[in-house]
Write a protein that binds this ligand. Structure first.
Ligand code: ADP
Length: 306
């Protein structure tokens, strides 16, 4: 059983020939509205794979909040922990030009109001989970409250996106900390190895205090390093990718994090869970969109789909 704690956004997308400058108006395509936000994406991805998944999040009492609730239901997510009201639903206003470049304005809205008290009130959801997974599109203090309320046997995973400074108590709970190269660079700051490879980055991240680290490397797969038990220093393990024709990488990181948390909740060790997550990420990039692109377990298992 998996609990995802995180954001839920409506992504409002308009195609434009070029983006407007200050004081300018441009005409665009018809509006497309997609359910998004890293929390909602991860919950939908995990449920699609067959995980028993609940989401702890906050949406507004408005049309986008209802869209997000219905898309979570459709994916099979338990939404008893989705709180309603307090501010408008989070929205991402996205314009995309013909080259595929986009400009995005995010209004966090209700996501910014998911408060530490909301976590304390969701105690039964936290107790029911084997793995709790979080990201950073909600307040860091709320995520810190999650780790304070975890039972010792519950595993916690964090994808620190968008990257922000992490308090030590949060870092120490991560098992694993899941980052892409950009997030790794921001978290390490001046401690980043000057010219090392991903293995050096993984070791440097482990020194920040998490119990384990996974670095996702896009088409190159991922890298796993676990904190060493006394006397048994562990070496970073490369997780190969699956060669695919990528058409849209949106949601790949969310699908990877969700699949990893799911497999950890079923008892896989970290390298095995990461290998499965890499296959899920690979299928996701062969399809357009975020939540629309998440595969079922059967689609991941069929070798010719990837
Ligand atoms: P993010 O979207 O957070 O930047 P990545 O780009 O590293 O994360 O992608 C997450 C995972 O998705 C990768 O570890 C890999 O397993 C898979 N993936 C991403 N891009 C590709 C690709 N072009 N080919 C195959 N797998 C990919």
């Amino acid at each position: 059983d998996l609990l995802v704690v995180g954001s839920a956004n409506a992504d409002l997308v308009i195609g434009v020939e070029r983006r407007p400058g200050a004081g300018e108006t441009v005409l665009g395509s018809d509006l497309a509205v997609h359910p998004g936000g890293k929390g909602a994406n991860q919950a939908a991805a995990a449920a699609r794979l067959g995980a028993r998944t609940a989401l702890l999040a906050r949406v507004g009492d408005d049309v986008y909040g209802r869209l997000l609730l219905s898309s979570q239901h459709a994916a099979g997510v338990d939404t008893v922990g989705v709180l309603v009201g307090g501010a408008p639903t989070g929205v991402a206003l996205i314009t995309v030009d013909p080259s595929g470049d986009n400009s995005i304005v995010v209004s966090p809205g209700a996501n910014a109001r998911l408060a530490p008290e909301d976590v304390a009130a969701a105690g039964s959801l936290l107790c029911a989970a084997r793995v709790v997974s979080a990201q950073l599109e909600i307040p860091v203090e709320t995520v810190a409250e999650v780790v304070r309320n975890l039972a010792p046997e519950v595993r916690f995973t964090l994808n620190p996106s968008p990257p922000a400074p992490l308090p030590a108590e949060l870092l120490h709970a991560c098992d694993p900390l899941i980052v892409n190269e950009h997030e790794a660079r921001v978290l390490l700051g001046p401690r980043a190895p000057a010219d090392g490879g991903p293995e050096d980055w993984a070791r440097a991240l482990l020194r920040l205090g998490p119990r384990s680290v996974v670095i996702t490397l896009g088409a190159a797969g991922a890298l796993v390093v676990e904190g060493s038990a006394p006397g048994s220093a562990r070496e970073p393990v490369r997780v190969p990718s699956v060669p695919v024709k990528a058409v849209d990488t949106t949601g790949a990181g969310d699908a990877f994090a969700a699949a990893l948390a799911f497999r950890l909740s079923t008892g896989d060790d970290l390298p095995t869970a990461a290998a499965f997550a890499a296959r899920v990420g690979a299928v996701t990039v062969t399809r357009h969109g975020a939540q629309e692109s998440f595969p079922t377990a059967a689609e991941v298992a069929e070798p010719d789909t990837v």
